[in-house]
Design a binder for this molecule. Sequence first.
Ligand code: G6P
Length: 609
Amino acid sequence: MCGIVGYIGSREAARICLEGLHRLEYRGYDSAGIAVVRDHALDVRKVVGKLLNMDASLAEKPLPGTLGIGHTRWATHGKPSVENSHPHVSMNGRIAVVHNGIIENYGELRERLRAEGYVFKSQTDTEVMAHLTQKYYEGDLRAAVIRAVKDLEGAFAFGVICADNPDVLVAVRRFSPLVVGLGEGENFIASDMGAIRKETDRVYVIDDDEVAYITREGVELTDLEGNRIEREVFVIPWPAEAAEKGGHKKFMHKEIHEQTDAMHNCLAGRLSAPDRPIQLDGLNMTAEEIRNLRKVVFTACGTAYHAGLVGRFLMEYLAKIPAECDLAAELRARNPVVLDNTLCVPISQSGETADTLVALRDMKEKGARCVSVLNVVDSSIARESDGVVYIQAGPEIGVASTKAYTLQVMTMTLMAIHFAEVRGTADPALLRELKAEMLKMPAYAAELLKREPQVLAVAERFYRLEDSLYLGRGVNLPSAMEGALKLKEISYIHAEGYSAGEMKHGPIALVDPELFTVAIAVHGDVYEKMIGNIQEIKARSGPVIGVADDGDEVIGRECDAMIWVPPVPEMLSPMTVAIPLQLLAYHMADLRGEDIDQPRNLAKTVTVE
Ligand code: G6P
């Protein structure tokens, strides 16, 4: 997904933009560009491919200037090329624009501008903004930008500079993320806080249809009518090093290893002892409102959807509330029935995923109360929700979501236990046991991480195969789906996550010695059935990697290789199972030499529908 960075100050803008762009690499991109103002002219540099090409280009020929904007592009309109990469420049060569989002009416605007004599050099939607700003420019860049965005439909975060205004950087947003970083004698813009965290911990989070007028000395926020907006400074609560790899080979590896601490953070202030009730402040719901709930609809994309499936299971099992879980991109099409007292729970690491945001808006319109489960504070979804429960995972940079998934599942579990407590729908002894085990979860995570060499050994045996099946049942069906997603997205090994019971209705046809199966068979309601499924695969000469509780000799005898996990109540096992499956995917991808943190065709945050 596109990333934008901008700088105004006394240092070399291109260097600072480039550093920021490197921190946005996790969003996924295919080309990049930087524009600076120098000697009342624009200087633009663009490269296709990785930012290393920009590093080399600037090392060979620097781009001096103390006002600049930078961009990493993830193609949506027009293929990755120098012409299509940003910044886009107005026809008169005076105004440069970087953009994240999609201008939906760009076709119509393009025709109109063409008729007025504007010549387009790219196939992008963004170029219309450069020309429109020129069209409306009468010496005041902010006024021109405001006038131009009033013509636009769709989503955008823009950074705009003009050769005739060397002391001004203008930024504006609608639907795409944007922050302004505050420095001393210098200021910044970026798509997210991590991009500029090294430079400052003080930011303004910009809202829809807000404009930032940024000089070296200060920042003025207005709405599109020019009315001043007062905004509290947000102090970024995590240290700069949190966005770095911290000694790990890959962000994904670092983030898998952060799960012990992250679980502590997630539980902090919410669960202190087995006999104390759970506190979920951000929920923003009274006990009566929880008791009156008639339906819960979870909705999310990708990994977060799998966490939602766990949520659905636990919500019905423990809190006895009818629950559904929909892919956010499908929710509107299904047109779900919203009863009185329906709760919608959008789940998102970034809080910016467009499909999830649209699903939230739809459910709100239908009258559902929306309480989101998010990681990024003050994100777009957070701002539109009736309540937010943060998973408190810290920044997640690796495109493949790991710690965010485990913490989303942990948060779902806290929510389901809490609802069950308030509604009195589960045996108090069971809830006490679950809470006691939840408190041990960080210790289980630490133990599982210590066992990484065992998982690596399994990866070494199977990483050359091209096909795999992940099987689970009940609360661990989502674990199988998530394990398969993790493997396919970073190693490109074909992986299917399936209900073990459904296997005999199709996937079993694929089983042969060249396809490995990962079978999740921890103790619980579905254990015996899982053994049967493993035997069905063995009878067809398929190699099986078992995921089972420590000391389970039965499974140990059936399987070709084992991943052992500490035994926990079945309802909590999605958290313990997730960690070795993340490590398995990581090591298989690493052994295959893949670009783990930036897998092909994927973006960390997908801000288009
Ligand atoms: C993208 C990412 C996935 C992520 C999904 C939802 O597809 O590559 O890792 O699970 O978006 O993202 P969200 O930020 O809403 O959790």
